[in-house]
Design a protein around this ligand. Structure first.
Ligand code: LIP
Length: 293
């Protein structure tokens, strides 16, 4: 008989919400914002500004969509906090924080390449991976409308159909997703880490949006995923979809996932991938003093 997984520890919620109602709201927010992106894409998307480097763009659409999300959240959940990629943090009094990425995969959006999503999640506690309790989330793929949602203890779905992680026979037959940072030195080291890894796996996919990578892993379209440098808004919804689909989400050296490293996959193979990444110094940027051990 299949063992019944332990029920998740759901923290006390405000009286007017449940995981299910938060999940429905996250989906409505993400799909409404996604429709706005589709309907208002300019003929020529231009870079409005850059952030951490000259290749870390922000577009007018990033800003407009985050403003739309913030206004909808303020209307629906005025006492909740908001943490977004493009704007100032908004404090709250409810203990809940909405963690939003208006366009995850901004470079793909800028170039007109498929692979960008609106990511909306709501967490309890500190809005930081490894410290938060993710309650509900939605990743809405803008180009094709695929919509993944998850609620704590409720499982995960794509377009309403339950999804489950893959169970590959070995690391050598696993398809692994990853990504690279906006800093050239970090990217160079990430490429060096990749050369240490690629002979041990089936192949690599670099799709350009962590939230979609995580949802593809949740439905078995990727077997494993790792990336260094992800922000809370990149992973808040997608890592809940993945974990509710049976994935383990972790960091290296016994640490929880975080900006140093996020490793995700079925329970059987994550440990093997973690060991290879630790050996390759994947949670550093190539300078021995960077390594987190
Ligand atoms: C992106 C991440 C992706 C990473 C990109 C970029 P953004 O987020 O989702 O995994 O590889 O470099 O950071 O900047 O498009 O919101």
């Amino acid at each position: 008989m299949t063992a019944i997984p332990p029920l998740p520890d759901i923290p006390p919620l405000p009286d007017d919400v449940s995981v299910t109602s938060l999940r429905k709201l996250a989906e409505r927010l993400a799909t409404t914002a996604g429709a706005y992106v589709r309907e208002h894409r300019p003929e020529h998307v231009v870079v409005a500004d850059t952030k951490s480097s000259e290749v870390d763009p922000v577009t007018a659409m990033d800003r407009a969509v985050e403003e739309l999300l913030r206004s909808m959240i303020a209307a629906e959940r005025p006492d909740d906090a908001i943490l977004g990629e493009e704007g100032d943090d908004v404090a709250g009094t409810s203990g809940l924080t909405w963690v939003v990425d208006p366009i995850d995969g901004t470079v793909n959006y800028l170039y007109g390449v498929a692979g960008f999503a609106v990511s909306v999640a709501v967490v309890a506690g500190p809005p930081r991976p490894g410290e938060w309790t993710q309650l509900a989330g939605c990743v809405h793929s803008v180009p094709d409308g695929r919509t993944w949602t998850a609620g704590l203890g409720e499982g995960a779905t794509r377009d309403g159909v339950p999804v489950r992680v893959s169970t590959p026979a070995s690391l050598a037959t696993s398809l692994v997703g990853t990504g690279f940072g906006y800093d050239a030195r970090r990217r160079t080291h990430q490429a060096q880490v990749l050369t240490r890894l690629i002979g041990h796996v089936r192949d690599i996919r670099r799709l350009g949006a962590a939230s979609i990578d995580l949802c593809l892993l949740a439905e078995g379209a990727l077997d494993l995923y790792y990336e260094r440098g992800l922000n809370p808004w990149d992973v808040a919804a997608g890592s809940l979809v993945a974990s509710e689909a049976g994935a383990v989400v972790t960091g290296l050296h016994g640490r929880p996932e975080g900006i140093d490293m996020t490793v995700v996959g079925g329970p059987g193979l994550v440990r093997e991938l973690v060991a290879l990444l630790e050996e390759a110094g994947a949670d550093g940027d190539g300078d021995p003093s960077d390594r987190v051990v």
